[in-house]
Design a protein around this ligand. Structure first.
Ligand code: FES
Length: 309
């Protein structure tokens, strides 16, 4: 078998991972265990879960945290290489070694945080994304073990062996980073799934007013965009119907007080402005202005969305 390009190698590896169907029971068990752990924590567990998803940040937290181990372990690699070379610049050898050790320690702490955020996001994945995410987590665990072992060896004075283990960990980290990129760019994990820019700028008819009784919600299409209409306390609210988390159908969810709950993973969005009230979603739903004219409910993009456009 001849492989011409690194991209082809990555693609073949990713497809091979996808084919490992024997992992499905493991994935089911792990996802159920993660979900059960958060549920057992009640309201506190939900807050921790939302924090690790990045609901408070308006962006997934995991990719932010992964920069810590990648940056720190790259720094350690540079100091290790300098330590091995004859050119130390203005640093003493001992100073280089201390900085490499410190960078590895920072990376280990960051990797633990990134892992917690990563498995929290992973519990909601399915299909190829779930399989790729599991492989990504396994490689990260190996990288973390290499760096932990490297620190232990360095502490015992076995610096050369510690450096070798760190180099191995870095190689595993690069392979894992490839899979992390594939999760985002191929499987679209962590990206915004809401239809945000296509809604009409001018009011357009969505539904006959009589077809949306008080307390009801309906899915309609306006200019090719799926919109959720909710009539509550005499007021008509309109949000993007496709959930920003993974595209779940909000019209099949429940309306609770002044919010709608996604039927797929339970994200909760305010009817008033689409903001996230509960994760795993991190990005708000598109919100539309509504009015009733000549017996029709009409919608258009909200004024702030138009201003941003
Ligand atoms: S698709 Fe996951 S919460 Fe809506």
């Amino acid at each position: 078998m001849r492989i011409d390009r690194p991209a082809e190698l990555g693609e073949r590896a990713a497809r091979a991972i996808d084919r490992q169907d024997w992992l499905a029971p493991v994935e089911d068990t792990l996802q159920e265990a993660i979900g059960a752990a958060y549920r057992a924590g009640g309201a506190v567990g939900q807050r921790v879960k939302d924090f690790l998803h990045g609901t408070w940040l308006g962006h997934p937290l995991h990719p932010v945290l992964t920069d810590v181990p990648i940056g720190a372990w790259t720094t350690a690699l540079v100091f290790d290489v300098l330590d091995r070379s004859r050119r130390h610049g203005w640093w003493t050898r001992r100073a280089l070694q201390r900085r490499a050790d410190d960078a590895i320690t920072v990376g280990v702490v960051g990797a633990v945080g990134a892992a917690l955020a990563g498995i929290t996001d992973w519990q909601h994945t399915r299909g190829g994304a779930r399989r790729t995410g599991l492989a990504h987590a396994a490689l990260n665990t190996v990288a973390l073990a290499c760096y932990g072992g490297s620190l232990a060896l360095r502490a015992r004075g076995a610096r050369a062996e510690g450096r070798s283990l760190a180099y191995a960990g870095y190689a595993v980290l690069l392979a894992s980073a490839y899979l992390g990129g594939r999760l985002v760019y191929h499987h679209r994990v962590g990206v915004d799934h809401a239809e945000r820019d296509a809604a009409p700028a001018e009011f357009a008819r969505a539904l006959r007013d009589a077809e949306l009784p008080e307390g009801q919600h309906r899915r309609v299409e306006v200019a090719g965009v799926a919109v959720l209409l909710v009539r509550r306390a005499g007021r008509v609210h309109a949000l993007g119907e496709r959930c920003s988390h993974m595209g779940g159908p909000l019209a099949e969810g429940e309306v609770w007080d002044d919010s709608v709950v996604c039927p797929w993973h339970g994200s909760r969005f305010a009817l008033e402005d689409g903001r996230v009230l509960g994760g795993p979603a991190t990005m708000p739903q598109p919100c539309f202005e509504t009015r009733v004219r000549n017996g029709w409910i009409e919608v258009r993009r909200a004024a702030d969305a138009l201003a941003a456009a």
